[in-house]
Design a protein around this ligand. Structure first.
Ligand code: SF4
Length: 381
């Protein structure tokens, strides 16, 4: 059966949608719109918990201590929501040396973390060799003591184009340098209209998914992401969810049929909120209540993605309330210049944050990405 058929009949009552979910069926876009508009927060939490329960034990959650390493702030993409970048000729641009990256990784390990995520800009002065040498040096120095998310898909696409390589060739070159992960960052809102409004040099949605497919087919792991709170409409949010779920269906189906994609498709979905301070488009932040409700909708909609992550980076401790809205995993970040430049604040008081999860009834367990730790299913002993 086509996965789309599972959502064929439209139901517009919470009881009807709950019955559908309890039968293992998925909701469609019209039902998602109806839920967003009509369901109470308690009803959203309850439905999200039902889908969460397919993948995770009640009360369980996982976390990582991680650092985003902004290896360069030079970027030619000029997204109007970004407070981080410098154009190539502007004062204040930088590129980190290997030693500066190592110092950040050493500090991460000292703080108990073991995941780094590289996120910079579209820097025309950095050749492919910069990336390959950096990632190979990290793998040689740290082995499996830490894992790293090398680049976002958006940076990967620019890097491939700049080196005049296909996405498949670029993915192979990075894999040969020790890379295992390229995350789904740079997605923001996956509609062509949103990208035309705000980031017209940051590739189309169609190109984004082509690149992500090439990454998966090269045997690299990847994730799905989303950022809300710009000027996107509800329809644009729903389109993002729909395109992501369809893409995951395709990945899982090609995995079954060809065995080419052995990575399990999108390993997780992370949504965070736009920080508007010092950006060109400005605006005001959406409320935590709206973010939590959106998390629940994502959990309900993504019946094919096991892990839903909540964003401590942009919601601080209150992000953990997302565990009651369907999320099951979170980072404790120690640095991210991109969001910090736009107003995000970071706390290194990890125990206080973890205690908040415990107060909410969850027992956080450290998740080691390097060990490929999988979610614990409710029906597993
Ligand atoms: S969001 Fe990323 S791609 Fe866009 S301008 Fe900022 S650094 Fe460049």
């Amino acid at each position: 059966m086509d996965m789309g058929d599972l959502a064929a009949s439209l139901d517009t009552s919470v009881a009807g949608i709950a019955a559908k979910i309890s039968q293992g069926l998925r909701i469609g876009r019209d039902e998602a719109r109806w839920l967003w508009t009509n369901a109470s927060d308690a009803e959203m939490r309850s439905l999200a918990a039902m889908v969460r329960g397919r993948f995770h034990e009640p009360g369980s959650c996982t976390y990582m201590v991680m650092r985003i390493i902004n290896y360069t702030n030079v970027c030619v993409a000029q997204c109007d929501y970004c407070a981080f970048y410098k154009l190539p000729a502007q004062d204040g641009g930088y590129v980190l040396s290997h030693d500066e990256v190592f110092a950040k990784l050493d500090e991460l390990l000292a703080l108990g973390g073991d995941l780094a995520a590289f996120n910079g800009g579209f820097n025309p002065h950095l050749p492919l060799s910069y990336y390959c040498e950096l990632f190979a040096a990290i793998r040689a120095r740290y082995g499996d003591a830490l894992e790293f998310y090398a680049l976002t898909i958006a940076e990967f696409m620019y890097l491939a184009d700049h080196a005049r390589l296909s996405y498949a060739e670029a993915a192979e070159r990075l894999k040969g340098s020790g890379v295992r992960w390229i995350t789904g960052g740079g997605s923001e809102i996956l509609t062509e209209e949103f990208r035309a409004r705000h980031s017209k040099f940051k590739y189309t949605v169609a190109e984004y998914f082509l690149a992500q497919r090439a990454i998966v087919e090269a045997g690299l792991k990847t994730t799905a992401t989303m950022v809300i709170g710009f000027d996107e409409s509800l329809e644009e949010r729903l389109e993002h969810l729909e395109r992501t779920r369809q893409f995951q269906d395709q990945l899982l189906s090609s995995n079954d049929q060809t065995g080419k994609n052995q990575t399990g498709g999108l390993a997780s979905f992370l949504c965070w909120t736009f920080k508007p301070y010092f950006t060109q488009i400005g605006g005001i932040e959406i409320s935590t209540a709206e973010y939590l409700r959106h998390l629940a909708l994502c959990r309900i909609y993504f019946d094919n993605i096991p892990r839903i992550r909540t964003s401590v980076l942009t919601q601080n401790q209150r992000a953990l309330e997302g565990l009651n809205y369907g999320a099951d995993d979170f980072d404790l970040p120690i640095e991210d210049e991109v969001t910090q430049k736009a107003g995000a604040t970071i706390s290194l008081d990890f125990e206080r944050i973890l205690n908040y999860a415990r107060e909410l009834g969850f027992e956080p367990e450290y998740r080691h990405v390097s060990l490929g730790q999988q979610p614990r299913r409710a029906d597993e002993s």
